[in-house]
Structure formats: structure tokens, C-alpha cells
Design a protein around this ligand. Sequence first.
Ligand SMILES: [Fe+2]
Length: 350
Amino acid sequence: MPTSPDQTLTPPTAAPDAALPAAFIEVEPDTPLALPHIAIGPEWRPAMERFVELVPDMGPILKLNYGRPRADRVPEGADPADPFLPFVGKPETCTMHVRPEAIPDAGVRRELLHFAQALHAYDLPGDLDGAIVTQSMIGPAGGYGMKHLFAFLRAAMVDLGGGERLAAHVIETHGAGHDEIFPPHTDMWVTTMLLNVFNVQPAGQGVSTMVRMDDAWPAIAASGIPDEGLAQMRRAVDDAGVCDLYMQFNAWLYDDRPWSDDIAWTLSDLCLAHEMQPGQGYLVDDRKWLHGRLGLVWPERYTLEDKQNRLYRLGYDTKTSVEHAAARAADWERHGYFPQDCVGDEGLMA
Ligand SMILES: [Fe+2]
């Protein structure tokens, strides 16, 4: 793996995916959770460690609007089509972005682009559509290596996945307005795969919770949500891959409904729970798993810096999930159904 300093913008060598080492390998569990445990393949680690050393030379991470801002919120004189407009939308639409060209070493750049290809080709082991990611810390815990890596992966997955709508990556993580729990939910971005890895775990940030959608449905169906709501929630899951349908699913659970408190605790009780350590996290099919947090001390005990630097998230698609989404989109066209908002009330996606 050559890592000689090189400022030229050498295009990456396209490698057939079959020739690449797997993005993740299965490893011995180091959490009590009964799921496959996976770690970044050892072949990729040297380039990632070198990547961390190069972070100071990469310049700041760009913020890119995932959705277009509403016309009345575009700054005066700015081009509304400019993807690098200053942040004016909801936090959910603002993503981190490190272009491959920002990596000032052609060898490292090539290796990381190949890792992105391997991630795009990676299917989770088994049939649970979820795994615990572990031993994945690069650089010091609490540093910015992971942040730049995820911002780079976001940009690379956009290129591989065919457009920015296929790879959301939110800078800040944010909690729901509940005192002690962040109730189990799906992120329901356009993308299917959700990779969450912790960079640091400040006290009071809570314990990660996860439950399979199949295991949650009986409790959801018995919660008091009317049939119309249950039907919309199921349709939101089926239609995923076409639009961001967060509200169509989660609002029926938690948007100040009479059943919201009860179902938040009932679903949390069904969850696997673990306090993730730096370098641990999870990779799930977001349509098949709910995730949340328990034991939050909110918000007095942690700072904005803690909040922003705690956990990095990558929404992306794989070859397999794109095929599934394409099949669902074809079905959507046949039925003529189109959700009103693709990215909430900040405007339709470009
Ligand atoms: Fe979430």
C-alpha cells in the first residue's frame, strides 16, 4: 500500500469489487449483544491510520445541504442550486462532505476509494440485517479522524450510489424531547443502510438500544394507533428508497399521541441495550431495525461539542439495497402513490 506524499489528483484505479478485501470481517463478540460482530477488515487499517495523520492537511469539512432550502431562505444573492449554500435548512438536511481530492496522498486516496467500493458491495452476514460494529476506532477517541473518514465516505458513496440523495450524513446528532429516553425509531432516510459508530461516550449520553422491526410490530399494533396510522407506517417502510419518510413512520408513534409515552417505554423494554464504547456501534438495515437510547441525562450534563463529536453516522446504499429500492420504486409507479414531502417541510429533494 504505497503512501508516498503526492499532491497530484490521480484518478482512482477502478478495481473489480471481487478483487477487493471485504470492508468488514466477522470477529469475536466483545459486547453481550446476540448479533454478529464485525470490524473493519485488517487490509484497510494502515491506509485509515495514515488518513488520520493527513487530517490536518485536508482543510475544513464542507457542509453541504442534502435538501434544497426553501426559496425564502436562500441567502440574498446566492444561487439556490448551489449545493454548498450556507446552512439554512433543518439540521437533518445538512451533511458533512470531504471530497476525495482533499486527501493529499494518492496512495491513501486510492485505498480509501477502494474501501468505499468494498463498503458499497458489502452485505451483512446472516439474515438478521444487523450487526454490531466494533474495534473500529481510528485515531484517538474524541479526535477528528472518524469525523473526516465518515465525511469522506459520504462523498464517496454519493459517487458510487448515483447521487446525493443516496447518501445522507448528518453532522449533529440530536435527541427527541423526552427526558430519559430517545425512543426506538427508524431514521427513514432515502438510504437503507445505517452505520453508526461512536467516537466518544461522554457521561449521560445513554445506552444504545436496538430492536428488530418484526419484534416491535406486535407492540406497535397493540398500542392504540388507528388502522390508518398502522397502514401508513407499513407503507412508509415499503416505500423507503423513494423518499425520506421519517415523519410518516415515527410521528404515529411519538408525535404527542395519547399512546406515545407507553409505546416509547414498551419498545425500549424490547430492545437490546449496550453502552457503546469508542469504536463500537452498529450497522443495520434501517427498515428492519429500530434504534434509540436509554438512560439519557438531558440536556444539562453535556456540551454542544460532546453532542457533535459523540457519534458519526453514515446513511448509504449497497448494490443489494439499491436493487431492492428499485423494485419498490417500480411498485410505487404502478400504484401511482407519491408522498407529499420527500424531505419534510424544507422542500423537495433535488
Ligand atoms: Fe436515529
